[in-house]
Design a protein around this ligand. Structure first.
Ligand code: AMP
Length: 305
């Protein structure tokens, strides 16, 4: 396993077809699933670790974002990465930058208005990473459904040569979607947050049983969350997978996504509804059999120093 700091060095050590997994580090099994998907289809697997300042939209959030480079390198190597590209700020943003990438329309709903500038920061850094690494295939989690749609569209619109691949959400055994931010949840907040997944799964069942009206699907989510008064919901929205267009009815491949605050932690989750056999099948993601690597002795984050 190699650790690289520059784009030049990263391209130099890569051979054959390259699978690329961009992340902000503080790895968990969701990130590792992306490495595994890349491992299965490419000769060289490169994971990037870079906490991108451009995509943080709230005061203090960047400084607070968890980091653990040493452990990330160990986990990435064990999961099968050949290269960890961990650039300094200076490599990613040398000098003043005048170029920004905006994927219009797909950024207008859901996360867009709630996180001003976020998707511009994401699209810009992903464009830079794809240009610098030149992968054949890049892997993104379905956890960030709108981000995945935006990256796919950006790559198509800007004629990036590689393909963009979406990977199912990895969940804790009790259904909580893995996120680097889960370490901020107290045990009570974590317990309450489980209602988010319960709501999405109830809607997934309904969709598979033939419910098509968005109001009913969204209602199924609220039915579960309503019982947890400490969760503050920002949105629950059904949108198309390609254009992130809000839908009145489930009539094309879509995702039902939500954002909610549990205490001071903002959580997002979703269920993709894919077309199959004339109906829809829900991608419920995979569940871990044991506790996530994020949780060490002494509770959430306790093993992470
Ligand atoms: P991040 O480090 O949070 O920017 O995430 C890096 C990549 O990992 C993104 O493509 C995310 O969508 C993906 N990811 C994060 N959490 C999960 C999860 N629980 N399951 C699958 N992919 C995930």
């Amino acid at each position: 396993m190699r650790i690289t700091k520059t784009f030049f060095e990263t391209r130099l050590v890569a051979t054959g077809e390259v699978g690329f997994v961009p992340t902000m580090g503080f790895l968990h099994e969701g990130h590792l699933a992306l490495i595994e998907a890349a491992r299965a289809a490419n000769e060289t697997v490169i994971m990037s670790l870079f906490v991108n300042p451009l995509q943080f939209d709230r005061d203090g959030d960047l400084a607070r974002y968890p980091r653990d480079l040493e452990r990330d390198v160990e986990l990435a190597a064990a999961a099968g990465a050949d290269v960890v590209f961990a650039p300094e700020l200076e490599e990613m943003y040398p000098g003043e930058q005048f170029t920004r990438v905006n994927v219009n329309r797909l950024s207008d709903e859901m996360e867009g208005p709630n996180r001003p500038g976020h998707f511009e920061g994401v699209a810009t850094v992903v464009a830079k990473l794809l240009a610098g690494v030149q992968p054949d295939r890049s892997y993104f989690g379905r956890k960030d459904a709108q981000q995945l749609a935006i990256v796919k569209r950006m790559a198509a619109d800007l004629s990036f040569p590689g393909s963009i691949i979406g990977v199912p959400i990895v969940r804790e055994s009790d259904g909580l979607a893995l996120s680097s931010r889960n370490v901020f949840l107290s045990s009570q907040e974590r317990e309450e947050a489980l209602a988010l997944n319960r709501g999405l799964m109830a809607a997934a069942d309904a969709a598979e049983q033939g419910v098509r009206r968005t109001s009913e699907l969204v209602g199924a989510v609220h039915g579960e969350i309503g019982t947890e008064s400490n969760l503050s919901v920002e949105y629950v929205t059904l949108a198309s997978q390609d254009l992130v267009e809000p839908l009145d009815e489930l009539d094309r491949p879509a995702f039902l996504a939500l954002a909610a605050w549990s205490g001071k932690t903002r959580l997002i989750d979703n269920v993709h509804l894919d077309e199959a056999n004339g109906g829809f099948v829900a991608d419920r993601g995979g569940r871990l059999e044991t506790t996530s690597v994020l949780y060490g002795p002494g509770g959430p984050g306790g093993g992470r120093g």
